[in-house]
Design a protein around this ligand. Sequence first.
Ligand code: ZN
Length: 411
Amino acid sequence: MNSIALLILIFISLEFIFNTFAAIMNLKNLHLVAPEPVRDVFTKSEYKKSQEYLRHNTIFELFTESVKFFILLLFWLTGGFQVLDKYVTTFGMPDILSGLIYIGLILSAYILLGLLSSIYSVFVIEEKFGFNKTKPLLFVSDFLKTIILFLLIGMPIIFLILWFFEYMGNLAWVYCWGLVVVTSIFIQIVAPIWIMPLFNKFTNLPDGSLKNKIFEYAKEVGFEFKNIQIMDGSKRSSKSNAFFTGFGKNKKIAFFDTMMKDHPEDEIIAVLAHEIGHYKLKHIFKATLLSIVNSGIIFLMMSLVIKSQVIFDAFYIENISIYAGFIIFGILYSPISLLTSIFSNYYSRKNEINADKWSIETTGLVVELSEALKRLARNNLVNLSPHPLYVFLNYTHPPLIRRLEIIKKNR
Ligand SMILES: [Zn+2]
């Protein structure tokens, strides 16, 4: 093992140990009684259930992360990357096609692991806690649709990335960057029209007082949108949410049907105002810009790694190839992404607080927003006392209790 290999090993091990440590601290942070502000919504047994839910999920997550980590180490240290490279070159195909097979095989193993863990997660854990409504047939069709979408959209992108790096010289990373930016904007535009309806049924919100209130509010704050729809989220899970998609005047507001059932109208307005706040405060625009910059940096870093002999030596690969470099970069990027996600999570938590503020200022529904968040937290069995380190690393939203405190101050 050369010194670069040792360094990489230390980095990815540290990342694994650090994440594991944070998850264990998070588990140890459970309290005996529910925090005071939520006692009216979380009964004793619901609070206990939320802790059990956290325990099950954490242990399962630690298990799957360990399995993935050890499979990676085993594959790497026994020269798996080289063996696979030799295998795909025996077909005597052009480099880019060998590359698609190489990447396809590694991704298949990854997808298989993901499939096994989501079967357990949906049909054992979610089932045990009464969330799961997904029938096996729906699960299979969801999986197949996702794979087909990946083959139709993901594989051509990988093909083009390999092609750019093969033929476009030093500027390949700029082409890749452009490609990814254009495709992701395109997907954001077509997702509500072509992709989401493949998985869910959307029906228009019926006429009535809720619809009127929404139109009135949107007009007041100058939010243009096309329609409001209800999504049949209940066919998969009893958890609930609200969101909007699309660009410009074509924006579509969508509520999970589960949410319509559980919340009074004013709570729905308070939550909707929060979502619109993200849009009006330009959070969505800024987040998109940040991810564009981030993907540029990723491709620049990739172009530096992808042809470096020492790194191929560290992975015991004899011949430098773009496709193996692609996979190696994925491994090296993981510890770096820990740092970028700390930054983006911090930014996202800050935006959540400001969207809450927006909701309160434009609707005046302070109590309703708090009540809606509490009810959402209870219905989704959210952890009420996450450890600060775990929040720092993983939370895109502030913990519920913190959020309620800030809302109270804004009153
Ligand atoms: Zn939000």
